[in-house]
Design a protein around this ligand. Structure first.
Ligand code: 6PG
Length: 470
């Protein structure tokens, strides 16, 4: 006998189906609905031992009726219009106290709007960022919740049960009101883009600069995965580098077109950072690199005209590359957390920075051993930039020289390393007490009489050129 459902889920695509199985496995009876009814029935038919906890429904009204009130329904539909359509279709069928949970990769501005509409029209609304891909959805994702605290608390038992666990601690937490959860997920994705790009850059130095074969690259990543760089992304990069293409017998990597896709979450992060005047150049560089990678024809024209850029180098050791990656990674995470801080201030959201680092320790794509140290550093002082925390400052003191050597050698050999180089430039600006912005201020005053502050505090806002530019 199928048990009465405690929760509902709409959208049995890969992620939705995996999440529904995860929920059922953790002991929560679930009602499911999909636009195509055969998919809904097929899902139950293939659920094996979990089938008893799954109620397939053929209409939205049936779905709502199958769930114990006050109801909670998770949406796992493509971000954007589909979410609005689904909410509009559910609204007349649900009670005001019921709850809709959008678990897709929504733009947080949309989540803000939907939260506001929910407050006026009901039912209640939560936006949750879910990370971890298919495997995570099935066996434990990281979950970042946004909306009313009381709504989060209501479904927290289910969400913490299905979430990944770090030493027994659930990687699911409330991030703040309205779009806060989806904002944190967007920053996660921005960091994901930068981490992936930096790994691709060091791969490029190994492949084109040091002439290493895929197998040797795989071994190098495997070795790094035993040290401070231990992370899911380094681990899968080793596996990827080791894989062989069944068609050609060549390394799989060599057969993959170098044109990267994207759904846009990294771009959202960069756009938002610009609005907030937050500085995330490593993430910006990663988004730029993805955009440029897709312009293959233009790149081929460039190569035909100027000759191929990458040249072999003898100036970089594998040890330096590892240290450069450590420094780059710290800098990119420091930028991501600083962006979250800026958003918390600007939107008046009390976002729990140490909790965010804790939630990212397991289940999500950017999980890594460094995040535990970041959680500790942010607990000590959530307002301090991570690169200034003693633990990471020590790491940076011992690794930024290698980052500098790698970026310099890469520049001389024409090996593009935009994310590493942007991270380094940011680091150098962050440690320069006397910058060159005095020149910018002088220029602004010259052509626009914008005025400047003097270092001696005198109240004379204009240079001797006053009047020249106006
Ligand atoms: C995750 C991932 C996941 C997905 C994104 C990024 O945390 O599980 O970030 O959400 O990989 O859709 O995709 P793009 O690389 O296509 O932007």
């Amino acid at each position: 006998m199928t048990q009465p459902a405690q929760i509902g889920l709409i959208g049995l695509g890969t992620m939705g189906a995996m999440l529904a199985l995860n929920i059922a496995e953790k002991g929560f009876p679930i009602a499911v609905w999909n636009r195509t009814t055969s998919v809904t029935h097929g899902f139950k038919a293939e659920a094996g031992a979990l089938a008893d906890r799954i109620t397939p429904t053929e209409t939205l009204a049936d779905l709502v009726a199958a769930i114990k009130p006050p109801r909670a329904i998770i949406l796992m539909v493509p971000a954007g219009e589909a979410v609005d359509q689904q909410i509009a279709a559910l609204r007349p069928l649900m009670d005001k106290d019921d709850l809709i949970i959008d678990a897709g990769n929504a733009l947080f501005h949309d989540t803000n709007r939907r939260a506001e509409e929910a407050a006026r029209l009901g039912p209640h609304f939560l936006g949750i960022g879910v990370s971890g891909g298919e495997e995570g959805a099935r066996h434990g994702p990281a979950i970042m919740g946004g909306g009313l605290r009381a709504d989060w608390d209501r479904v927290a038992p289910v969400l913490t049960a299905i979430a990944a666990k770090y030493k027994g601690e659930a990687c699911a937490a409330y991030m703040g009101p309205a779009g806060a959860g989806h904002f944190v997920k967007a920053v996660h994705n921005g960091i994901e883009y930068a981490d992936m790009q930096m790994i691709a850059e060091v791969y490029g130095v190994m492949r084109d600069g040091l002439g290493m074969e895929a197998e040797a690259i795989a071994k190098t990543f495997e070795g790094w995965n035993q040290g401070p760089l231990q992370s899911y992304l380094i681990e899968i990069s080793a596996e990827v580098a080791r894989a062989t293409d069944s068609h050609s017998g060549k390394p799989m990597l060599d057969m993959i077109l170098d044109r990267a896709g994207q759904k846009g979450t990294g771009r959202w992060t960069v756009i938002e950072a610009q609005h907030l005047a937050a500085t995330i150049p490593a993430i910006e560089a990663a988004v730029m690199a993805r955009n440029l990678s897709s312009r293959l024809e233009e790149r081929l024209k460039g190569e035909a005209l100027f000759g191929a850029a990458p040249q072999p180098t003898t100036q970089v050791t594998l040890d330096q590359l590892e240290q450069a990656m450590i420094a780059g990674k710290i800098l990119c995470y420091a930028q991501g957390f600083a962006l979250i801080s800026a958003a918390a201030k600007a939107f008046d959201w009390a976002m729990p920075l140490p909790e965010i680092a804790r939630v990212w320790r397991e289940g999500c794509i950017i999980r890594s051993s460094m995040l535990n140290d970041m959680a500790t550093a942010l607990t000590e002082d959530p307002a301090r930039n991570l690169m200034l925390a003693p633990f990471f400052a020590d790491h940076l003191k011992s690794s930024h020289g290698a980052l500098r050597a790698v970026v310099a050698a890469a520049a001389i050999s024409g090996l593009p390393v935009p994310a590493l180089a942007s991270g380094l430039a940011w680091f150098d600006m962050m440690r320069t007490g006397r910058s060159t912005a005095n020149m910018i201020q002088a220029q602004r005053d010259f052509f626009g009489a914008h005025g400047f502050e003097r270092i001696d505090g005198l109240d004379d806002k204009h240079g001797p050129w006053a009047g020249h530019g106006i």
